[in-house]
Design a binder for this molecule. Structure first.
Ligand code: HEM
Length: 296
């Protein structure tokens, strides 16, 4: 008697057209959404929690730039626009205080604000793809060639900062923390794909057809450069927590010099001992009812 392995013989897997993943950005995003189970619930969590994400942005920007300037291989890219050459820059290595880095911090700030905005339009994902493309050395004017290892590491670092800070939020309910972290992680992983795809050789047999399908919407190469990418900053919030965090607390904590609160985080900016990366630190210190390993 044949063994029943519980196989449903009538089952048909969903078809995914391989070529479309390479020649159509829309189809690629559709597939990633389906695979990662990106749903309206994710959108809802992002919309209602965007104010918490936005509070983290100054801290994220400062920490990311500290990190990028810490290693010569990434710091050099701000002189040479490439990580592929180990030639020493002619000028001194840049520091966080230099105007060039201040300006670049602004770009990253815009990007992160954009990340907290409406992800329901295709323009949102097109923008992420453009950021991927512009780091791949394929722009005709002033190419920027950042090898994938640094982009992946940088995204991982950003994800870690968001996760730590949101997990440690003293007042957000667990349900909202979970929803917000899952949603932002899905976006970060799609951004990761949109960085990686410009560096991989997968699907290269369709290379000639990519530009026709992926950029048919009027977005030209270099579209991002120098162009303000912010839309409306309106945000809705379904506040089911004990209270919302005063927006002045977190950004001001980190927008200048890094905070020196000794709240136990392991992420330690250079020169400061045991500084928490979490911009809600002040809030928690003043809120004795909060008990987490980070906060007391
Ligand atoms: C998480 C990864 C990253 C994101 C989201 C990101 C985002 C951005 C954005 C939005 C811009 C400005 C685009 C424009 O409007 O012109 C930019 C420019 C730039 N990025 Fe990145 N970046 C990432 C990683 C890196 C890394 C790892 C490096 C260096 C190793 C780097 C080096 C640069 C440089 C040199 C520019 C050009 C700045 C200029 O033209 O003045 N980026 N990046």
């Amino acid at each position: 008697m044949p063994c029943d392995y519980g196989v449903d013989f009538g089952f048909e897997p969903e078809h995914v057209d391989r070529k479309s993943l390479y020649v159509s950005l829309e189809e690629r995003i559709k597939y990633l959404h389906a695979f990662l189970e990106w749903t309206s619930e994710d959108v809802e969590h992002l919309t209602s929690g965007s104010k918490y994400l936005k509070q983290l942005i100054p801290a994220v920007v400062n920490l990311v730039y500290k990190k990028l300037l810490k290693f010569d291989i990434t710091s050099r890219a701000f002189h040479t626009r490439t990580t592929a050459s180990e030639e020493e820059p002619e000028d001194d290595y840049l520091t966080e205080e230099t105007p060039q880095i201040q300006r670049r911090k602004m770009f990253l700030r815009w990007y992160l604000i954009k990340l907290c905005q409406d992800p329901t339009s295709m323009d949102f994902w097109r923008y992420l793809n453009k950021v991927g493309q512009m780091h791949s050395g394929q722009e005709r004017l002033a190419p920027l060639n950042i090898e994938y290892i640094h982009l992946g590491a940088c995204l991982g670092y950003i994800q870690d900062i968001f996760t730590e800070a949101l997990m440690c939020h003293p007042q957000l309910s667990n349900r909202r923390k979970l929803g917000l972290i899952r949603a932002i992680n899905k976006i970060i992983w799609i951004q990761n794909d949109l960085f990686a795809k410009w560096h991989l050789r997968d699907g290269e047999e369709y290379a000639d057809e990519i530009s026709i399908y992926s950029f048919g919407s009027g977005n030209k190469e270099g579209y991002l450069s120098g162009k303000r990418i912010l839309g409306s900053s309106s945000e809705s919030s379904i506040d089911d927590d004990q209270s919302s965090i005063a927006s002045s607390v977190a950004p001001s904590t980190f927008s200048g010099a890094p905070s020196t609160h000794t709240t136990g985080s392991s992420r330690t900016p250079e020169g400061a001992t045991k500084t928490s990366a979490c911009p809600f630190a002040d809030f928690a210190r003043n809120n004795s009812s909060t008990e987490t390993k980070i906060w007391h």
